[in-house]
Structure formats: structure tokens, C-alpha cells
Design a binder for this molecule. Structure first.
Ligand SMILES: Nc1ncnc2c1ncn2[C@@H]1O[C@H](COP(=O)(O)OP(=O)(O)OP(=O)(O)O)[C@@H](O)[C@H]1O
Length: 309
């Protein structure tokens, strides 16, 4: 069942076309991630869906409801992670949660949320003395306090160290296990790949690709990158390069001294041929690796831009 349907969304700021024509549907229980380069229109898209910005054109339907007709009902259905600057610094973690709970007719128990965000032992600490990771966990706690069907998390792990980031992933996976739909933006490819059911790549206000991480990667290319290094030096690498360059499965090859990098659509076959040749010549191969393509490769191929970390 679709929880969110966005159709032909547009938004300009003066002459800047932030969102040009965005349409997608999110199913119940999905983790749906929007990625894209800086200024692609991710935050603008999210803010229109969250009811914080009015679209110039297009429609947004959340559980069959629209902002114009059903604003108060939608507010009970969604949870939005506040920016960490919007937390009340002088209140404790628990007091922040109690305060946000008071805004809703129905809410989760504060103790239950503290448990989910792993802040029970810090419940009495003021926000100003929490670490960056703890603040972000509290911000997610505030987004889930009304037990929403859909949670919006805009770059929840930006600036956090790897362990703090993983702690946030655990919370996202717990929410997913409870059936909550999660709309996420991130600048971390590993995060998008690990958490998302589907990933939407946005660039210059348009969706340029939308699919599961695995489908995006396999759609990009069948090629695999292979690297070999030769103990017998440059000459061995160069001879091998010449011998196998007519092999039809190899689409590209680069040599740097005694190191050879190849891209093949049939890596196993190419490797078999290659090692057949080196064995015949008696060349000693030092290191062999085959690299799987990642979501980062997909991003670079589709947007032509380097990934920002
Ligand atoms: N309030 C605003 N006034 C004018 N221009 C804006 C405003 N908000 C966003 N923009 C512009 O709209 C475009 C899309 O911005 P948006 O913040 O949605 O992108 P983003 O994908 O979230 O970027 P980032 O990854 O850097 O957060 C950018 O060119 C941005 O400069």
C-alpha cells in the first residue's frame, strides 16, 4: 500500500528552479532514500512533503490525505526530525521528549522512546551537555514521539563519527522493523546502500534514477574492475596487457608500471584467460582483486559528479 504519492512537484526560488518535476510513490514500511549532489533539490522536496513549503505545482498525498484539506490529520501521521539546533538546550533529554509529546493528542511513552534511542541513562542530562551523536538520537526520538506512520530524516548522520552513525542506523532499522515508513536523505553512500529499500537519485531538480540499490548497481554496468600486480615488473605487465587486449570481454585496460587494471563484463573468464597466459609465460602475479561496483559508482555515473563525504 502506498503511504506517500508525490506527483509533478515543482518549486522555484526566484529564477532558481530547485525542484523541476518530481514524482514518486513510497510503499508502507519502506526505507526510501533521496540522494543527490549539493543543491539538487533534496531538502526542498522533503520540506514540501513535510508541509513546511508550499509547492508551485504538483500534488502530495500522505495516506490518501492532502495538506490543504487534512493538515491536522497529516501532522499526527508524520514525524519530522528537527535540526539539532532546534532542540531546547536547557531542558533535559526527557523534558524535550515530554514537551514534544504534549503537542500531540496521542504519543508514545517517553520511557519507551528513550529506550529506543538508547538514551535512558542520559535522560536527566541537559541537551547542551549531550554529544553530537546523542543529540541526533534525541532528534530522531522527537520525530517518533507521536508514533508516526512516516518519519522524515534529513541527513541524520552528517558529521557523526562511524560508531555514532552506526548507532543511528540501529534506530532506523528498529523503526523499520516496527513497520514505520522512513524517508531519508544522506550524503553517505554506504548508509544509503545498507539501509534503503529503494534509492532515488536527484540532480538539478529532477529524478535521474530510482530503484533498489542492487538494481541500480546492476543497471549501471555488468563490468567489474580487476587489479593485478606483477612480481616480474613492468615488462611482464606490459606483455600481459598486449596479449589479452583483444579479449572481447575486456572493455578497458590501464597499466601503471607493474600494475594492471582491467574492466571486464565477464571477470571470471577474463581472469582465467589472464592467469592462463601468465602461467604459460612463468610470470608471477602478486596481487589479484575484483572490485564490485557500489552505489557510489552509480551516483558518479548518473550525475557526473564526485560524491561529497
Ligand atoms: N530559501 C531559498 N531561497 C533561495 N534559493 C534556495 C532556497 N532554498 C534552496 N534554494 C536553492 O534551491 C536549490 C535546491 O536546494 P536544496 O536545499 O533543496 O538542495 P539539496 O539537494 O538539499 O542540497 P544540499 O545537499 O546541499 O543540502 C539550490 O540551488 C539552493 O541554492
Amino acid at each position: 500500500m502506498s503511504v506517500l504519492t508525490v506527483t509533478n512537484l515543482r518549486k522555484s526560488y526566484g529564477t532558481v528552479k530547485a525542484v523541476e518535476d518530481i514524482s514518486f510513490t513510497v510503499e508502507a514500511g519502506e526505507v526510501f532514500t533521496i540522494i543527490g549532489p549539493n543543491g539538487a533539490g533534496k531538502t526542498t522536496t522533503l520540506e514540501m512533503i513535510e508541509g513546511l513549503q508550499e509547492p508551485d505545482a504538483g500534488t502530495i498525498s500522505i495516506n490518501g490525505l492532502t495538506w490543504k484539506k487534512d493538515e491536522s490529520e497529516i501532522k499526527t501521521l508524520i514525524g519530522v526530525q528537527p535540526q539539532s539546533g532546534a532542540l531546547f538546550e536547557l531542558l533535559t533529554a526527557e523534558e524535550n521528549l515530554d514537551l514534544f509529546a504534549s503537542f500531540y493528542p496521542r504519543s508514545r511513552k517517553t520511557s519507551e522512546v528513550l529506550e529506543m534511542i538508547n538514551l535512558t541513562e542520559h535522560r536527566d542530562k541537559r541537551v547542551k551537555s549531550l554529544s553530537g551523536g546523542q543529540r541526533q538520537r534525541l532528534a530522531i526520538g522527537l520525530a517518533m514521539i507521536n508514533d508516526p506512520r512516516v518519519i522524515f530524516l534529513d541527513e541524520p548522520t552528517t558529521g557523526l563519527d562511524p560508531q555514532a552513525r552506526r548507532n543511528i542506523w540501529d534506530i532506523i532499522l528498529k523503526l523499520k522493523a516496527l513497520g514505520t515508513t522512513i524517508i531519508l536523505t544522506t550524503h553517505y553512500m554506504e548508509e544509503a546502500e545498507k539501509l534503503s529499500d529503494r534509492v532515488c537519485i536527484v540532480d538539478q531538480g529532477h529524478i535521474i534514477s530510482l530503484d533498489t540499490p542492487a538494481a541500480l548497481i546492476s543497471r549501471l554496468t555488468q563490468e567489474r574492475e580487476m587489479r593485478l600486480s606483477f612480481h616480474d615488473g613492468e615488462e611482464a605487465a606490459s606483455q600481459t596487457e598486449k596479449a589479452i587486449q583483444s579479449q572481447p570481454d575486456i572493455v578497458r585496460m590501464e597499466r601503471d608500471g607493474a600494475n594492471l587494471t582491467l574492466w571486464s563484463v565477464k571477470p571470471e573468464q577474463s581472469l582465467y584467460d589472464l592467469l592462463g597466459f601468465t602461467k604459460e609465460r612463468g610470470y608471477r602475479v602478486g596481487h589479484v582483486s575484483i572490485r564490485e561496483m557500489s552505489l557510489e559508482d552509480v551516483f558518479i555515473a548518473f550525475t557526473g559528479k564526485e560524491w561529497r563525504d
